[in-house]
Design a protein around this ligand. Structure first.
Ligand code: HSE
Length: 434
């Protein structure tokens, strides 16, 4: 699983056939796993006519493998430099990043960022800034690293026909769960490996508590359905509360546990969106997604299921999306936010019933009215569990399920109230339902 150095990779320059007008003079913010991979890739892609002018870093004392003259700790050296026409923002600090992005867009510098937290928390403002200053902001690498899911949702899928988006969109948690289930490695060791391999965030609680997947889900919602939701508006739970009995229950039913983000159109046309761990078993496409890979299943009225699959974390997979965004800037590509600005956006829906499994150490941890219906229960010496139906709205307003000693997992057929068929949609557009 160790990243192969670029020099040893089968490397073909894919930009030679296009004729470009602009030189891209890049101001790079951040020189960590992704920033250094971007720098390395750019030195191997002369045909892109893109080169790094200056790199802004936090810690000047760290040993780095390139000429020290590239580096500065003063962001204004990049922002004030009129020759820099593209800012590539690869930091792990959402608050510092939004300042950099605001200032760059205001000064007419195009921005490419992998900072999903910054984009998700400020999307409404970022859309407005792009319109106001006519400067593009691209963030394909911020969601599922190497998988071009944002641009496909933006350009290809009409929201009327898009029935749902569900996916494994965090590489670190998928890596950890794969190691636990397939290789019998402990959670702690698997997390340490994910950190060592450069998959995890600097603060790995963002990965394991589900926040990273939630931030990415906000980006998917904007480009799939034109919904701009702040992460705090959506229900999210990570893998940090999973326990041994949960793994045993999963194995007994031939399933694995995966962290799944989803946005699903309901019967009333509204969108149910949340991130939860889920029991997933074959033939579900997401069951095949292992290690740091991501997978996104799109369901649409006419095409039924389509599956996007690829590496979702790591320096070079992320750099591949950044390169694609740089290349797109050469022909003045920008997100139009068609579903948000040109059509009437969809709305979020809370009125959904979920089939869940909840394990807990102590009866006092479970409110008596937690479940709408109970279908199965088990009571052991150290742990108990219940399976049944809960209300998404009620869950969102409570926090008993977030406490230590409680573990909440969506069942395989997790949405109890969901538009199941595509017949109605086919009828709507004048085709016979098959
Ligand atoms: N920490 C993130 C993940 C990195 O594991 O998916 C890529 O966004």
């Amino acid at each position: 699983m160790v990243n192969v150095p670029l020099q040893e990779r089968q490397y073909t320059q894919s930009f030679t056939s296009m004729s470009y007008q602009k030189n891209l003079n890049i101001g790079l913010f951040g020189y960590g796993v992704v920033g250094s991979a971007v720098f390395e890739v750019l030195t191997h892609t002369p045909s892109l006519n893109a080169s790094v002018t200056k790199i802004c870093i936090k810690n000047p004392d760290k040993q780095r493998n390139i000429d020290a003259g590239y580096f500065t700790t003063d962001k204004w050296e990049l922002l004030d430099n009129e020759a820099i026409n593209v800012v590539v923002e690869m930091t792990d600090d959402a608050s510092a990043a939004i300042e950099i992005v605001r200032e760059s867009l205001r000064r007419g510098k195009a921005v490419i960022t992998a900072n999903k937290k910054m984009v998700a928390e400020n999307l409404a403002e970022l859309v407005e800034l792009q319109q106001k200053h006519g400067t593009p902001l691209l963030y394909e690498s911020a969601c599922c690293a190497s998988i071009p899911v944002i641009r496909n949702l933006e350009e290809y899928y009409d929201n009327d026909l898009l029935h749902g988006v569900e996916g494994i969109i965090n590489g670190s948690t998928n890596y950890i769960l794969t190691k636990i289930f397939d290789d019998k490695i402990s959670y702690t060791n698997a997390l340490a490996q994910a950190q060592q391999l450069g998959f995890a965030e600097s603060d790995p609680s963002l990965d394991v508590e589900g926040h990273d997947a939630l931030n990415k889900l906000c980006l998917l919602l904007a480009h799939a359905y034109g919904i701009v939701a702040h992460p705090s508006e959506l229900l999210c739970h990570g893998i940090h509360r999973l326990n041994t009995i949960d793994s045993e229950v999963a194995k007994a039913q031939g399933a694995q546990i995966k962290l799944v983000a989803r946005a699903l159109k309901q019967e009333d046309g509204k969108i149910a969106a949340f991130v939860l761990p889920q029991f997933v078993k074959p033939p579900h496409l997401l069951h095949t997604v292992r290690n740091e890979y991501n997978g996104v299943v799109l369901t649409s009225a006419l095409a039924d299921e389509q599956f996007f699959y690829g590496k979702g974390a790591g320096g070079f997979p992320t750099a591949s999306a950044i390169l694609a965004d740089l290349s797109a800037l050469r022909y003045d590509y920008r997100y139009e936010y068609k579903k948000l600005l040109l059509q009437s956006p969809s709305e979020l829906c809370e009125d959904v019933k979920l089939r869940v499994y909840v394990s807990f150490q102590d009866w006092q941890m479970l409110p008596v009215d937690a479940f709408v219906e109970i279908h199965e229960f088990y009571s052991g010496k150290a742990i108990h569990y219940r399976k049944g139906i809960v209300s998404l709205k009620k869950l969102f307003k409570s926090d008993w399920w977030k406490q230590p000693g409680v573990s909440l997992i969506l069942q395989e057929d997790g949405i109890a109230k969901q538009e199941k068929t595509n017949g109605a949609l086919k009828e709507k557009i004048g085709l016979a339902a098959s």
